[in-house]
Design a protein around this ligand. Structure first.
Ligand SMILES: [Zn+2]
Length: 559
């Protein structure tokens, strides 16, 4: 349901030599032929005065040309930081404070900075140099760029704006910026000085607005070793690593991603049926517990079903390409639902970002061009028709994304990118999960971050009747109401215990997730049977089919 992404503009690596990633052998070079230079300034005094200016030579006199501030009423009307989504940090010569910001700027992440100029009607086309002075937070640096200015800058064309790649190492809290325009060749001396100097911000260096929080995602990619019918395909996880990590990195407000490729996981049931897709999601949920993954780790099963279509079923139409365990909650105990799966082909990386998005708690975004209606759309989305609404920029592929040509990645529409709104929403979740840290390397496998609670019974009940049950560590989710219609009855040798449940429904395929707290003394009591109850009646579950993963002894338990 997604088409291949169109590229409006691709920056060549040589134009962004200050970006430290993705340029292969070119990464270390400063390509002065493109007019962009970087000058480390001294540690004392005003950075501007210690800059070595670009020099030309006045051919008529032989005297060296001395640059001077830009003449002719050229103005810097906008300055944007773009760590993936465009964020105005300067407007009409003034700084944009926190309340005027549309999105967060994570620390330690490469970003694009663009400066837009307006020129008067009588502007004489010529080259100008812009100096981006970075200071504060231990940074003392000047980035320069010289371009020919012939008209007002406009968004669609990078070459009409000044722009710089600011390296992650320089994107630090308390970073300030100042941009000045300079004449770099003779000819403008007779023009009047502008009413206001061509400087942003006029009042002096302004904060870029870099956040101080740590922001990391931890992901385990699980390559599926698939054999069913005539299809036998093992996903090469290492071969896919870069594309998948880049896609997630570019569209989440993170400093780093801990990206692990796990050993392949065997699947011998049909992955061209919803029942298989649903089963694999449940197995990925179990696997993250079985592996002893920390609560902040996302598991993603990547399968190659030889291009098969997971077609109509469960009220869905078209081919479904992925499925997440839940619209996952924000707590450690919700770790059980930080699991999703997706198809390798048909836009595999976009599916990955979308499904992980669900497990970051994100719902669908409505748009009109999808051909199918996405279930459970989020009504608070601010941009029209699911579009991203702002300029996107890929800090690893150096592509610009148009505000109305791209749709939010949680929609079903066309080419997708992260909107500023989604960026902020996931940043909040990312910071929460990052704050949980990492378990010690020596922690026993299966601790699951030592989740509080005595454990839960987890069921995944599909519309077609397939039901998978297991136990896991932790407790009920804090933010969910008990189900009004679902209960679970445990039949022990010493009596029955009836419990309330929490029920959620997966996006894409209406599997019901049913969670019930394990009764006191569960491990010591003889379990004869389990019945779950919904509006249609009671449904038995044989205890032998319940996989036990809730306790530290589970690795010895029968699987
Ligand atoms: Zn979805």
């Amino acid at each position: 349901m997604r088409t291949s992404r169109s590229t409006l503009q691709v920056l060549s690596c040589s134009l962004l030599t200050a970006l430290s990633v993705g340029c292969g052998d070119d990464k270390a070079g400063v390509d002065t032929s493109e007019g962009e230079t970087e000058t480390e300034t001294g540690t004392t005094g005003d950075a501007l005065t210690t800059t070595t200016p670009t020099t030309g030579e006045d051919s008529s006199t032989g005297e060296p040309f001395v640059p001077f501030p830009a003449r002719g009423d050229v103005k810097i009307v906008r300055v944007e930081a773009n760590p993936s989504v465009a964020i105005p940090i300067g407007l009409d010569g003034a700084a944009v404070g926190g309340p005027g910001r549309n999105a967060f700027i994570p620390k330690g992440r490469d970003m694009l900075v663009r400066a837009f100029v307006d020129v008067p009607d009588d502007w004489i086309e010529r080259s100008l140099e812009a100096r981006l002075v970075l200071s504060g937070g231990g940074v003392d640096k000047v980035l320069t760029q010289t371009i020919t200015i012939s008209q007002d800058s406009y968004d669609n064309d990078l070459s009409t704006t000044f722009y710089w790649g600011v390296k992650a190492v320089d994107v630090v809290p308390n970073l300030k910026y100042q941009i000045e325009l300079w004449e770099v060749a003779p000819g403008a001396e007779m023009l009047p000085e502008p009413a206001d100097p061509a400087i942003a911000v006029l009042a002096g260096p302004a904060f870029v607005g870099v956040e101080s929080s740590q922001a990391e995602m931890r992901v385990v990619l699980v390559p599926i070793d698939y054999k069913f019918g005539t299809c036998a395909a093992v996903v090469d996880g290492e071969a896919q690593r870069k594309a998948f990590e880049d896609a997630l990195y570019q569209q989440n407000a993170v400093e780093t991603i801990e990206f692990t490729v796990r050993a392949p996981y065997p699947v011998t049931y049909s992955m061209t049926a919803f029942s298989g897709l649903s089963k694999l999601v449940s197995e990925m949920s179990q696997l993250r517990t079985d592996d002893g993954a920390d609560p902040n780790v996302y598991y993603y099963g990547l399968f190659d079903n030889c291009g098969g279509c997971i077609g109509s079923g469960g009220g869905q139409s078209g081919c479904t390409v992925g499925l997440a365990a839940d619209i996952t909650g924000p707590d450690k105990t919700d770790a059980r639902y930080r699991a999703s799966v997706g198809q390798l082909n048909n836009g595999g990386v976009d599916t990955f970002v979308h499904e992980v998005g669900h497990t970051q708690g994100r719902r669908h975004i409505e748009c009109s061009g999808a051909g199918v209606d996405a279930a459970g759309t989020d009504p608070s989305y601010p941009h029209a028709d699911g579009r991203i609404g702002i300029w996107g920029f890929g800090i690893r592929d150096f592509k610009l994304r148009h505000p109305t040509a791209y749709s939010d990645y949680m929609s079903y529409c066309g080419s997708t990118w992260v909107s500023d709104w989604q960026w902020n929403a996931t940043y909040s979740r990312i910071k929460t999960l990052t704050g949980w840290g990492k378990s010690d390397a020596g922690a026993p496998a299966g601790s699951d971050g030592a989740l509080a609670g005595d454990g839960v019974l987890i069921g995944a009940v599909d519309p077609d009747g397939q039901q998978i049950w297991w136990t896991g560590p932790g407790d009920l989710s804090s933010g969910r109401e008990p189900s009004a219609t679902h209960r679970v009855i445990f039949e022990f040798a010493d009596g029955e215990v009836e419990t309330t449940t929490q029920v959620s429904v997966r996006a894409h395929y209406p599997t019901r997730n049913i969670v019930a707290r394990l009764p006191p003394g569960f491990d010591a009591r003889e379990l004869l049977g389990v019945r779950w109850v919904d509006e249609s009646g009671e449904h038995p579950v044989a205890p032998s089919t319940i996989r036990r993963l809730h306790g530290p002894n589970r690795l010895q338990a029968a699987h």
